[in-house]
Design a protein around this ligand. Structure first.
Ligand SMILES: [Zn+2]
Ligand SMILES: [Zn+2]
Length: 363
């Protein structure tokens, strides 16, 4: 069988359509036709060579939902359900080794140094080639964890669970106390920030405030967020006053960086209360260092600073559940749909922040 895919052959060059032949696959593999693939903000950085993990040539795309064409032998999903042709599935984009210290002793498999990721560090130069989502079909290797999803939900809405959703769930999972009654400030109103806001609210946060710079994106968030702050309308000092007003002058219990910019931390420290927790979820590629006053920002306030790197299987499963229970809301996030051959344009829309969530759809 032959399938087309958009391939990054050289960094900073447009992706090109190529065809790949898929022959025999190892026992336990799943070949699936893509139904929807997500264009992640990280893909823009990866295409420029800013992610140190990425080899070329590569089929980009680490978010997607597919329909099973063929299962080699027998496979079950994470719920123990047999996987059959025509099933709709999502999968954990990362494959970990299950042998290293992090996989076995620390029980933090998302930190596995041997982690392989579809569309990020698995080259299409290696058989079975179809290891990224900007493709008509993807091969899920035997070690990939797969989850069936209901057919009555738009696959495009579920795509967000693959990366942003799972990462947001990992961030919230790392909190040492329940979210009930907490005030959460989210910096950034992209898919990651919005997912974190919906999840925090559904987990009992009493006030969720989102700071963003795009009026269109903020208006999408207005239905489920308690406080919207447009950073183009309010100065940094005004934003801080607003958060203090909401929190009896204490500051937020939790601040989540979902802006993808390390500089957001300089503001975020001033929005946290003493003893608060800072979750850094959006910084996915190396960036310039920022000045941090260790005494004022960290020690004096007793802040917990948590870097959040990717996600684990349980975060994916939880993220899918959040999407299924808020489907109409996540459907609204999809502002642009492109065809596979239009991926370069899709990347440009995401880079210029014209799209909130861009999806590649297939016929
Ligand atoms: Zn490992
Ligand atoms: Zn991503």
């Amino acid at each position: 069988m032959r399938f087309r895919a958009m391939v990054l052959e050289k960094f900073n060059e447009p992706l090109r359509m190529k065809e790949f032949e898929v022959g025999e696959l190892p026992e336990g593999s799943v070949l699936m036709r893509m139904l929807a693939s997500g264009v992640c903000g990280s893909d823009v950085h990866i295409a420029k060579g800013e992610d140190p993990r990425t080899p070329v040539p590569i089929i980009l795309g680490h978010e997607g939902v597919g329909e099973v064409i063929e299962v080699v032998g027998e496979r079950k999903d994470l719920n123990g359900e047999p996987i059959k042709p025509n099933d709709r599935i999502i999968w954990n984009r990362g494959i970990v080794c299950r042998k290293c210290y992090w996989c076995t002793v620390a029980k933090q498999p998302h930190l596995c140094p041997n982690r392989k990721v579809y569309g990020i560090n698995m080259s299409c130069g290696d058989y079975p080639h179809l290891l990224g989502c900007y493709a008509e079909a993807v091969v899920l290797l035997p070690e990939v964890e797969v989850l069936k999803i209901p057919k009555n939900i738009d696959p495009a809405s579920v795509v967000i669970a693959s990366c942003s959703g799972a990462t947001a769930m990992n961030a919230l999972d790392s909190l040492s106390e329940p979210l009930a009654g907490k005030t959460v400030v989210i910096q950034g109103v992209g898919p990651l920030g919005i997912f974190a806001a919906v999840a925090a609210k559904s987990m009992g946060a009493s006030i969720v405030a989102v700071i963003g710079g795009s009026p269109e994106r903020l208006s999408v968030a207005k239905d489920f967020v308690d406080v919207l702050i447009n950073r183009r309308e309010l100065s940094e000092e005004e934003r801080r006053k607003k958060i203090l007003q909401l929190t009896h002058n204490r500051g937020a219990d939790i601040v989540i960086e979902a802006a993808g910019d390390s500089r957001a931390l300089m503001e975020g420290f001033n929005l946290l209360r003493r003893g608060g927790t800072y979750l850094i979820t959006g910084v996915a590629v190396p960036q310039d260092p920022i000045p941090v006053s260790v005494y004022e920002n960290l020690v004096l306030k007793g802040i917990t600073l948590q870097g959040v790197w990717v996600s684990d299987t349980r975060h994916l499963v939880r993220a899918v559940n959040v999407v299924i229970s808020h489907e109409s809301l996540f459907a609204k996030l999809i502002t642009h749909r492109f065809r596979l051959e239009e991926v370069n344009e899709a990347l440009r829309y995401v880079e210029e922040r014209k799209a909130l969530k861009a999806i590649i759809h297939f016929e």
